[in-house]
Write a protein that binds this ligand. Structure first.
Ligand code: FAD
Length: 396
C-alpha cells in the first residue's frame, strides 16, 4: 500500500496554510485533500463581508508572498474593506493554486489507526498509509440547531449554514433567531433581498464591535500605543488582544482565566457597518421562541413575551458547537480514545491530540489554544507550531 509522511484533511484557510508550511520541510511527503474554500462558498451568504480586518484576513504563508496585496496586484482585483466574501474565496483559491497546485479534491471518508500511523480511505475507496494526519475540517459538522426545531423540515426551519443564496426568501416573512454576526448579517441580506425579516435574540443587548469606548480609545491613542494594545490578529479587546495572539502564553494561565478571557474575546457581536443596514429590521432583544408549530406551509411562533406571529421560515443563526465526535471520518476507535473536554480535543504542543501523530487545527483547538484558532488570523500560529513540531520529530 502507498505511504506518505503527512496527510492534511481540509482545504480551507487552515489546511492550505498548513500544507504550504509543511511543504517547506525538505523531503517531507505531504498530501492535501479537500475542496478549496468550500465552507465559505457553500455555507456563507452571497453578499456577506468579512468581519475580520485586513491584516487578520491574510492566510499565513511562510514566504509572505501569498498576501491579499499580491492577490490584488496579480489579478487586477481591487479589494475594498470590509473584504467581500466572493473576493476572499477567490483569494483562497488563488493561494491554493500557487502553494498547493497538486491538491487532491477527493473526500477522505475514513481515518483508522494502523501500526505504521493511520490508514486513510478516500471516497473512491483508494487507501494509503500516512505516518501523521492533520485534520483541518472546520466547523461545518458542528452547526447548532436548538432541539425545539428538530421536528421542522429544513424548508420551514434551517440553519444559516444551510444557505449560500438568501435571495430565495424574497417576498417571504423570515424570523431570524440569534444575536451574533451571522444572524444579524443574514437579517440585513434578507431585508435587502426583498424578504420581511425580524430578529429575536435572547441577549438583552447587541454588542456592536468598535463601539464608542473602543473608537475613542483608538483615536486618542497614538499608532504605537494602538499597536501595543491590539495585535494584528484582531481577536479580543484592548490588551487582551495581545494575549489572545500568543496561545503559548495564554495556555500557562489558570484554566478559569483562560475560559473567562476566551468568552470575553468572542462574545456574540455585530460589525458596526451593519447598524444602518438593519435600521428597518425589527430586533426583539431579551426574547426567545417559546413555541413553534407548523400551520399549513408556514410556522406559527409564540415568543416568551406572549406575542405571536406566523412566518414562512425560521432561520437559525444559532452558531456552532465544536464536538469532534461529529467528525464522522474519524474511525469509532479513534473517536473513543481521543481525550476531549466537552467535545473539544485536548491538544498538546504542535496541536497534537492525545493520539500521537494525529493533529487537529482550527476551531476545535480553542479549548487548548484560545479563540485565535477559530479565525483566519490563527493560521499563522497553527501552521508554524505544527511545522516546528513535525520538523523536530522528523529529524529524530
Ligand atoms: C458566517 C461566518 C462568517 C465568518 N467570518 C469570518 C471572518 O470574517 N474572519 C475570520 O477570520 N473568520 C470568520 N469565520 C470563521 C471561519 O469559518 C474560519 O476562520 C475558517 O473557515 C476556518 O478555516 P478552516 O480551514 O478551519 O475550516 P474551513 O474553511 O471550514 O475548511 C474546511 C475544509 O475541510 C474540507 N473537508 C471537510 N471534510 C472533509 C473530508 N472528509 N475530506 C476532505 N476534505 C474535507 C472542506 O472541503 C474544506 O476545504 C466565519 C464563520 C462563519 C460561519
Amino acid at each position: 500500500m502507498a505511504t506518505c509522511d503527512v496527510t492534511i484533511l481540509g482545504a480551507g484557510p487552515y489546511g492550505l496554510a498548513a500544507g504550504n508550511h509543511l511543504r517547506h520541510i525538505k523531503g517531507l511527503d505531504v498530501r492535501v485533500f479537500g475542496e478549496p474554500m468550500s465552507f465559505w462558498e457553500k455555507t456563507m451568504p452571497i453578499g456577506m463581508f468579512l468581519r475580520s480586518n485586513w491584516t487578520a484576513t491574510q492566510i499565513a504563508d511562510p514566504d509572505n508572498q501569498l498576501t491579499l496585496e499580491n492577490y490584488q496586484i496579480e489579478n487586477g482585483n481591487h479589494l475594498t474593506t470590509p473584504v467581500p466574501i466572493a473576493r476572499f474565496i477567490q483569494y483562497g483559491q488563488w493561494y491554493q493554486r500557487k502553494a498547493l497546485p497538486d491538491l487532491d479534491r477527493r473526500k477522505i471518508t475514513l481515518i483508522e489507526s494502523d501500526p505504521k500511523g493511520f490508514r486513510v480511505t478516500l471516497e473512491d475507496r483508494e487507501q494509503f498509509i500516512s505516518k501523521r494526519v492533520v485534520v483541518a475540517a472546520g466547523i461545518a459538522a458542528f452547526a447548532y440547531r436548538p432541539p425545539k426545531f428538530d421536528k421542522f423540515p429544513t424548508c420551514l426551519a434551517s440553519h444559516t449554514s444551510d444557505h449560500s443564496d438568501l435571495k430565495k426568501f424574497a417576498g417571504k416573512a423570515v424570523l431570524v433567531v440569534g444575536g451574533g454576526q451571522s444572524a444579524l448579517e443574514s437579517a440585513a441580506l434578507l431585508h435587502e433581498n426583498g424578504a420581511t425579516a425580524e430578529v429575536v435574540s435572547r441577549s438583552t443587548e447587541i454588542h456592536w464591535l468598535q463601539g464608542w469606548a473602543s473608537r475613542t480609545l483608538h483615536h486618542s491613542l497614538g499608532k504605537l500605543t494602538n499597536r501595543l494594545l491590539y495585535a494584528p490578529t484582531d481577536v479580543g479587546p484592548a490588551g487582551i488582544s495581545q494575549l489572545m495572539a500568543r496561545p503559548d502564553l495564554l495556555r500557562r494561565l489558570p484554566r478559569s482565566w483562560q475560559d473567562r478571557l476566551r468568552i470575553r474575546s468572542v462574545r456574540p457581536a455585530g460589525a458596526r457597518w451593519l447598524i444602518d443596514r438593519l435600521r428597518d429590521v425589527p430586533i426583539g432583544l431579551g426574547r426567545s421562541v417559546a413555541s413553534a408549530d407548523i400551520t399549513g406551509d408556514r410556522v406559527r411562533v409564540r415568543l416568551d413575551d406572549g406575542t405571536e406571529r406566523t412566518v414562512d421560515h425560521i432561520l437559525l443563526g444559532t452558531g456552532y458547537r465544536p464536538d469532534v465526535a461529529k467528525y464522522s471520518f474519524l474511525a469509532p476507535e479513534i473517536r473513543k480514545s481521543l481525550q476531549v473536554f466537552k467535545g473539544f480535543p485536548i491538544l498538546q504542543e504542535g496541536l497534537e491530540t492525545s493520539i500521537p501523530g494525529l493533529h487537529i487545527l482550527g476551531a476545535p483547538g480553542i479549548w487548548s489554544f484560545g479563540p485565535l484558532l477559530q479565525f483566519v488570523s490563527g493560521t499563522h500560529y497553527a501552521s508554524q507550531a505544527l511545522t516546528r513540531h513535525i520538523a523536530r520529530h522528523t529529524k529524530s
